[in-house]
Design a protein around this ligand. Structure first.
Ligand code: 5GP
Length: 197
């Protein structure tokens, strides 16, 4: 049942999903979006290099540091943060456009940026995705093989701080399996219907 997510009678909601690197956000959210095609996934901008297979405008807008800083200066970012040596940010224009159409917008962002959005706006549903254990997180991060050893080390280091922030979010979901986690998020979104202004 997807009809009530992002009802056109109301404004859409900003759905923030955060979680440490390697927790499986990408896979879980892909499943969520497949089940709920009316949710609009915001495409972030970043200064990090594309990973193999990542495409401009699909996974990210890949910008130089100068380009990113120019966007900040022009006030074009809803939020941004520095993470693991790079900038990441949400371009504001598309987000507002979709919300005004009654469409929920999904932001898969890290905790500093998430906190800024949560502090600034009321139309937010916030969800933190947790690994079943710290060992499992490390296993997943190493296992996906997309980062070098130094990047993995930095990301694991960041994960302690990130998981300490889980309590700031309205909901915490443990990613035991992709289906279970996507289903729990879906339930949260449906339960949230009708609570907005
Ligand atoms: P990755 O390099 O693995 O794609 O992303 C690193 C971290 O940046 C992840 O925690 C991801 O959620 C976060 N991230 C991606 N896009 C944004 C964004 O637009 N803003 C913020 N604040 N974080 C983001």
């Amino acid at each position: 049942m997807t009809a009530s997510v992002g009802s056109p009678k109301n404004k859409g909601r900003i759905v923030i999903v955060s979680g440490p690197s390697g927790v499986g956000k990408g896979t879980v959210l892909k499943e969520l979006l497949a089940r709920n095609p009316r949710i609009f996934p915001s495409v972030s901008a970043t200064t990090r290099s594309p990973r193999e297979g990542e495409k401009e405008g699909i996974n990210y807008y890949f910008l130089s540091k100068g380009e990113f800083e120019a966007k900040i200066a022009r006030g074009e970012m809803l939020e941004y943060a520095s993470y693991s040596g790079n900038y990441y940010g949400t371009p504001a224009d598309k987000v507002q456009e979709k919300l005004d159409l009654g469409i929920d917008v999904l932001l898969e962002i890290e905790v500093q940026g998430a906190k800024k959005v949560m502090d600034a706006r009321k139309d937010v549903i916030s969800i933190f995705l947790l690994p079943p254990s710290r060992e499992e997180l490390e296993r997943r991060l190493v296992g996906r093989g997309t980062e070098d050893a130094e990047t993995i080390r930095r990301r694991l280091e960041a994960s302690g701080y990130e998981m300490g922030m889980a309590g700031l979010y309205q909901h915490q979901v443990v990613n035991h399996t992709v289906e279970q986690a996507a289903e729990e998020i879906e339930k949260i979104l449906h339960a949230g219907c009708g609570q907005m202004d």
